[in-house]
Design a protein around this ligand. Structure first.
Ligand code: ADE
Length: 247
């Protein structure tokens, strides 16, 4: 999977991509990340990349010419890549969308800045606009880091057996159950005994219930999209009715 990041601030990526799993994936050749400085494609004397918005208003707009030159140059090298723009007005980024993007040959990610980019860039080149949440960042760079991270870990071989993508939150549409490791007791706080029992059926049951409990508390709307078993339904009904335990 090839990621091409088009940005005015390539320095913002040096930390996040030079540590841990993403770095290992690059080192193993499973993913490739290239940074392209949009300013290098501004060919006027002052290398101007933004300008005042037509119609007035606050802030600056990224200019169409340098972005076009940058996108066209990168696209020549990667004709099969999808062009993505990070923007708060985009389609919400979810685990499902990360899964879709992980099937692409490559992603050319344009990091928007300031009040936005000239709309003609979107019309001419952008296949997909993506938002990482209902809040406004100073620019699209942190969003691009999030995209690269979430998509990379779905590429086969990127996660080792120690970091499985199988069990995490959202894979089954629910939030993850709580995890514990040694020691069994810390400052009087005990690990739930069922996890030490060695009874795998009971452990599975406990984990499912904790996932349901957590999802109901924090993200109840997720439950509407999940297929619940009869036992799940019973447990959720019991929680909704104010019960804490039934065993
Ligand atoms: N740029 C600014 N805010 C953003 C957001 N929430 N998601 C994606 N790109 C952004």
């Amino acid at each position: 999977m090839k990621f091409d990041l088009l940005t005015l601030f390539p320095g913002m990526f040096s930390g996040p991509f030079s540590e841990s799993i993403v770095k290992n994936a690059v080192d193993k050749g499973l993913i490739e990340i290239s940074l392209h400085n949009i300013r290098d494609y501004a060919n006027d004397r002052h290398r101007v990349t933004d300008d005042y918005p037509y119609g007035g208003g606050a802030g600056m707009v990224m200019k169409v010419e340098p972005l076009t030159a940058c996108i066209e140059s990168v696209r020549t090298e990667r004709p099969a890549s999808k062009v993505v723009l990070t923007t708060p007005r985009g389609r919400p980024f979810t685990q499902a969308l990360a899964g879709e993007l992980a099937n692409e040959d490559g992603l050319i990610i344009i990091c928007g800045r300031y009040e936005g980019i000239d709309e003609r860039v979107s019309e001419m080149f952008v296949d997909l606009e993506v938002s990482i949440g209902d809040f406004v960042l100073t620019g699209g760079e942190p969003a691009a880091i999030v995209l690269v991270d979430a998509v990379s870990r779905l590429i086969p071989g990127v996660l080792g057996s120690k970091e499985s993508a199988e069990e995490d939150s959202f894979r089954n549409g629910l939030l993850e159950y709580p995890q514990y490791t040694r020691p069994p007791e810390f400052r009087g706080q005990m690990v739930p005994p069922v996890l030490l029992s060695g009874n795998h059926r009971e452990i599975e049951r406990w984990r499912r219930r904790e996932s349901l409990r957590r999802t109901l508390m924090v993200r109840p709307e997720l439950l509407d999209a999940v297929e619940l078993t009869e036992e799940d339904e019973k447990f959720v009904r019991m929680l909704r009715d104010g019960g804490g335990t039934d065993d």
